[in-house]
Write a protein that binds this ligand. Structure first.
Ligand SMILES: Nc1ncnc2c1ncn2[C@@H]1O[C@H](COP(=O)(O)OP(=O)(O)OP(=O)(O)O)[C@@H](O)[C@H]1O
Ligand SMILES: [Mg+2]
Length: 278
């Protein structure tokens, strides 16, 4: 487990979780998330990513074990209290959007948190600018395209300024350009100190944006470490039916033939190959 200095913003200790009376879905997960991290949560379908993420923000409570958010046990604090620290952006934006304009949608959280009208206006404005949706402020979210609805759902969570944002498959269904715009906006939030936990099946996005990667397998942690180590462990990935991004696979074949080590993006490839191949 990576070493997190200082108090973790999220700490899971030996978490077991099952839905209702069903079987255990999470089976002894322990992890500490430090403030300011950019983490990828990966694993094949059904491995428990969404279930773990919902345990991280108190939407679900462990059957046994403990999740602490900012030191608070999620079992003894209400969902709204925990959600102020850990915002969760659902996989399907339509499960989250329900107001009649974008502006109202973004104001909903801050108003519920008891923010003044003036502060709410500022938070909404800032969130619209950050996700470049100002021109849709007075549009009903329902008439916007999928990519924009995704941005609205993200901006609505960001408007509450949670210290941690968990995003469940935020780039699924987006074209590459929209996906990169969204990821750049998240990278920017991370630069300003927000902790980001990203669930995705897109290994290229994991390689290019995250610094730490947690791999889930059947409700347990199969690997947890720096993204550059996790994505270079081809055997472990294969056991989890995951494939490293093509650029990492290519660089693997070129080690000793112009490259000394794996690279994780096309830009890094060009830079290192040129330098090392002379
Ligand atoms: N509401 C629920 N009630 C009962 N079982 C559920 C519920 N939600 C998920 N499960 C089960 O829990 C397991 C883990 O599901 P989860 O959605 O957490 O996986 P995931 O890694 O997010 O998968 P995916 O990549 O498909 O989104 C699966 O076996 C799933 O069928
Ligand atoms: Mg899921």
């Amino acid at each position: 487990m990576p070493i997190v200095t200082g108090m973790p913003i999220i700490e899971a200790r030996d978490v077991f979780f099952g839905y209702d009376d069903g079987p255990a879905i999470l089976k002894g997960v322990s992890a500490a998330i430090g403030e300011g991290e950019f983490i990828g949560l990966i694993g094949q379908n059904g491995s428990g990513k969404t279930t773990l993420a919902k345990n991280f923000n108190g939407l679900l409570k462990p059957t046994s074990g403990v999740v602490r958010v900012n030191g608070r046990d999620t079992k003894t604090h209400s969902i709204p209290v925990i959600a102020r620290t850990v915002g969760f952006v659902f996989q399907n934006p339509d499960h989250q959007i329900f107001c009649s304009t974008v502006r109202e949608e973004l104001a909903f959280g801050p108003v519920n948190m008891g923010k003044s009208p003036e502060t709410t206006r500022e938070l909404v404005q800032d969130a619209m600018e950050r996700f470049k949706i100002e021109k849709y402020a007075d549009f009903p979210p329902a008439i916007l395209g999928f990519g924009l609805r995704r941005k609205v759902s993200l901006a609505a969570v960001y408007a509450m300024r949670p210290r941690v944002m968990i995003l469940d498959e935020p780039v699924t269904g987006l074209d590459w350009k929209s996906a990169m715009e969204l990821m750049e906006a998240l990278a920017n939030l991370n630069r300003f100190g927000h902790t980001i936990i990203l669930i995705t099946h897109d290994m290229r996005v994991i390689a290019e944006f995250t610094r730490r990667c947690i791999v889930l397998r059947e409700g347990g942690i199969a690997a947890d470490g720096p993204t550059r180590e996790v994505l270079a462990d081809f055997d472990m990935l294969e056991k989890n039916r995951l494939r490293p991004p093509e650029i990492v696979q290519l660089s693997d074949k070129l080690i000793g033939r112009g490259l000394k080590e794996h690279v994780f993006s096309a830009g890094e490839f060009l830079e290192k190959y040129r330098r090392e191949a002379g």
